[in-house]
Design a protein around this ligand. Sequence first.
Ligand SMILES: *[C@@H]1O[C@H](CO)[C@@H](O)[C@H](O)[C@H]1NC(C)=O
Ligand SMILES: *[C@@H]1O[C@H](CO)[C@@H](O)[C@H](O)[C@H]1NC(C)=O
Ligand SMILES: *[C@@H]1O[C@H](CO)[C@@H](O)[C@H](O)[C@H]1NC(C)=O
Ligand SMILES: *[C@@H]1O[C@H](CO)[C@@H](O)[C@H](O)[C@H]1NC(C)=O
Ligand SMILES: *[C@@H]1O[C@H](CO)[C@@H](O)[C@H](O)[C@H]1NC(C)=O
Ligand SMILES: *[C@@H]1O[C@H](CO)[C@@H](O)[C@H](O)[C@H]1NC(C)=O
Ligand SMILES: *[C@@H]1O[C@H](CO)[C@@H](O)[C@H](O)[C@H]1NC(C)=O
Length: 368
Amino acid sequence: MLSSTKLHSFASALIIYALSASATQELTLKLTGTEIADGVDNLKVVASLSNTGDETLQVLNDPRSILSSHPTNSFSISDADGAAPSFNGMKVKYSPSFAARKNYTNAFTTLTPGQSVEVEHDLSNAYNFTQSGASRYNIIPASTFYIYDLQTQEVSKLKAKIQGEHSSKLHGRLAVSRRSFAKRCDDDHDDDEEPTGPAFQKCNHKQRRQIRRAVQVATKYAHNAHDYLTDHTNATDRYETWFGEYNKTRHRTVTKHYANLVEQGYKNYTYDCGTCDDNGTFAYVYTEPDAFGTIYLCGAFWRANATGTDSRGGTLVHESTHFTKLAGTADHVYGQSGAKDLAKEDPDEAITNADTHEYFAENHPALD
Ligand SMILES: *[C@@H]1O[C@H](CO)[C@@H](O)[C@H](O)[C@H]1NC(C)=O
Ligand SMILES: *[C@@H]1O[C@H](CO)[C@@H](O)[C@H](O)[C@H]1NC(C)=O
Ligand SMILES: *[C@@H]1O[C@H](CO)[C@@H](O)[C@H](O)[C@H]1NC(C)=O
Ligand SMILES: *[C@@H]1O[C@H](CO)[C@@H](O)[C@H](O)[C@H]1NC(C)=O
Ligand SMILES: *[C@@H]1O[C@H](CO)[C@@H](O)[C@H](O)[C@H]1NC(C)=O
Ligand SMILES: *[C@@H]1O[C@H](CO)[C@@H](O)[C@H](O)[C@H]1NC(C)=O
Ligand SMILES: *[C@@H]1O[C@H](CO)[C@@H](O)[C@H](O)[C@H]1NC(C)=O
């Protein structure tokens, strides 16, 4: 009895070993679309993501990836001379582990071996070709995806193989304006509201209370970060953990970023609560000049803590650094471990990464 059970489990162990040894995770990404676009509003591409491995994959619906049709910076576009359009779409604070851990609806796209998914993108929503001009553009999709392992509940990165090349010849209209932004919009003013407080768009009472608190926290974080940097013009643990190797030029750049955030203040933004309910997303902003000052809050923001890592206060710091005239950051990497790796590998990129600014300001757990 005992020996047969043993034999049985030995045999299943062998089978599991054989399965895991042969399992390969592989994604292949292919782009098709308009060959000749008369006007940027006709510049459309279809991204097709296929599971070409032999294991079912839960691919996270990262808003920055081609799986989402949100106008994020999901493509690298340039012509033969290297001219590139300017990006004027959405910059999003997203957390792959947050989205995956809670197993929300729509958190990921499941692809069985051989299965594909296609997502259409209208490039006029995110790119402005006015400066780069009419030309033939090579369009390369972002190829990094986050995979969620249901067994281990771990998130890992997987780079898709890109199949073929896609280019489009663009002429005619080079930019369209699709969004309209209200200035200091406050659609439902409270009687008890301070006239100099933040403006709200589609926010209920509880949300306003949470935002007012987040504004206090973000204000404190931005001041503290700025004071710390002006007091420490040297390679401290806190500086180097997030911004990487100390250098005067880079130190001056990030100090200026926080000085701009402090000067702008967090009461001077409009906070929108009614446009986005994505669960893995904290917030986003648009980067065109007309969009300055409006911060869109999403599902993960309301579930975050008021203070600490990836908090509501820290999220406001993150979003404010995206505005071009304040710091103009991008989302090169997400999360604390990603930000720490970036600091080690590429300090020049770390000082332009939004989450990096947030984590330095949150300083949680505290570093000296
Ligand atoms: C967020 O998650 C909830 C609960 O799983 C779900 O009902 C809702 O549809 C999700 N929101 C979006 C935008 O996917
Ligand atoms: C996530 O939810 C799906 C059903 O929506 C379920 O099949 C799956 O087991 C859940 N995964 C985890 C890790 O809870
Ligand atoms: C596109 O960029 C140009 C400057 O490069 C700017 O003048 C124009 O307003 C932009 N158009 C839109 C629709 O954003
Ligand atoms: C950096 O400067 C601060 C204050 O000037 C000092 O207390 C600290 O010891 C210095 N740290 C390093 C690593 O040089
Ligand atoms: C610091 O790094 C920048 C790049 O971010 C470089 O241009 C500059 O020469 C460096 N300065 C010093 C003093 O090493
Ligand atoms: C922020 O708002 C205050 C009061 O509403 C105003 O005095 C100040 O000039 C504003 N700052 C900026 C940078 O807009
Ligand atoms: C909120 O903070 C507590 C205590 O620090 C922590 O255990 C928890 O994971 C945090 N929640 C979120 C959603 O980050």
